[in-house]
Design a binder for this molecule. Structure first.
Ligand code: FPP
Length: 250
C-alpha cells in the first residue's frame, strides 16, 4: 500500500488513488419508487435519500475525491404535486440547518447551483448562511443543484455575455470557453469526471449540459436510497476501466 493510499480512510485496495475521479456528479433518482415499493409515501424516499447523500459525501471525503455535485431539484420538478414540492423545500431547509455544524467539522465547502432567487425566502436564508459559513473549508466541495436547469443556465450565460457586448465592454472575439464558464452557476468548479445516475434511467435530464461534455457516465438499476459504499465502489471500479480519450486517440 502506498503512503497516499494509507492516508485515505478505508479506500478499497483495488482502487488506484491516482485514477480516482476528482469530481463526481449524481442524479439521485428512484426515491419515490423506493418508498412506494415499501408501501410508504414518496416523501419517505426523499428522507431516506438524504441519508444516502450524507454517506456518499463522507465516503468521497474519506477516499480523497475533491468534489461532489448532487441534483436535488430541477426547474422541471416544480411540476410535481404541491405537497411533494413543499416537503422537499422544507427538507432542504431542515437538512441545511441541522447539518451545518457537521459540515464545518468535516471541512465541507457547500455551494449551490441554480436559480436560487425563486426559492422560498427561508430556504434562501439557510443557503446563504451555509455557503458563507463554509466558504473557506478545504475538505471537499459539495455543490447542490437546486432549482437547476442546464438550458436555463446556458441561456443566462448567453444573456450576460450579450449584454456586455452590447455595452461595448466585451469584444465578440473574446468570448471563449473559459469566459463562458465564468457565467455558469458552477463558475469556479471543475467539470465532473464521473456522472452516476441511479434507478436505471439513461438520460441527463437537463443536468450540467455544458459541464458533462467529457464526463464518464455510470448508470445503475439500484434506487437512490439503496446506493451505498459498495455500489459506489463498483461505480469507481467501472470508471477506472474507462479509457478517457477526450476526443483524441489513446
Ligand atoms: C428523485 O427521485 C429525487 C429528487 C427529485 C429529490 C432528491 C433530493 C434529496 C435526496 C434531498 C437532498 C437534500 C439536500 C439538502 C441536498 P424521484 O422522486 O424522481 O423518484 P422516482 O423516479 O422513483 O419517482
Amino acid at each position: 500500500m502506498t503512503a497516499k493510499q494509507s492516508a485515505l480512510k478505508d479506500l478499497p485496495p483495488d482502487l488506484e488513488p491516482a485514477r480516482l475521479p476528482q469530481h463526481v456528479a449524481v442524479i439521485m433518482d428512484g426515491n419515490g419508487r423506493w418508498a412506494q415499493r415499501r408501501g410508504m409515501p414518496r416523501i419517505m424516499g426523499h428522507r431516506r435519500g438524504v441519508d444516502t447523500l450524507k454517506d456518499l459525501l463522507r465516503c468521497c471525503k474519506d477516499w480523497g475525491i475533491k468534489a461532489l455535485t448532487a441534483y436535488a431539484f430541477s426547474t422541471e420538478n416544480w411540476g410535481r404535486p404541491l405537497e411533494e414540492v413543499d416537503f422537499l423545500m422544507t427538507l432542504f431547509e431542515r437538512v441545511l440547518r441541522k447539518e451545518l455544524r457537521e459540515m464545518q467539522a468535516e471541512e465541507v465547502q457547500i455551494r449551490f447551483a441554480g436559480n436560487l432567487a425563486a426559492l422560498p425566502a427561508s430556504l434562501r436564508l439557510e443557503i446563504d448562511r451555509s455557503m458563507e459559513a463554509t466558504r473557506h473549508n478545504q475538505g471537499i466541495v459539495f455543490t447542490v443543484a437546486t432549482n437547476y436547469g442546464g438550458r436555463q443556465e446556458i441561456i443566462n450565460a448567453c444573456r450576460a455575455i450579450a449584454h456586455q457586448v452590447q455595452q461595448g465592454t466585451l469584444q465578440p472575439d473574446a468570448v471563449d470557453e473559459a469566459l463562458f464558464e465564468q457565467h455558469l452557476y458552477t463558475a469556479g468548479n471543475s467539470d465532473p469526471d464521473l456522472l452516476i445516475r441511479t434507478s436505471g434511467e439513461m438520460r441527463v435530464s437537463n443536468f450540467l449540459l455544458w459541464q458533462l461534455a467529457y464526463s464518464e457516465f455510470y448508470v445503475t438499476d439500484t434506487l437512490w436510497p439503496d446506493f451505498d459504499r459498495t455500489e459506489f465502489h463498483q461505480a469507481l471500479c467501472a470508471f477506472q476501466q474507462r479509457d478517457r480519450r477526450f476526443g483524441t486517440l489513446s
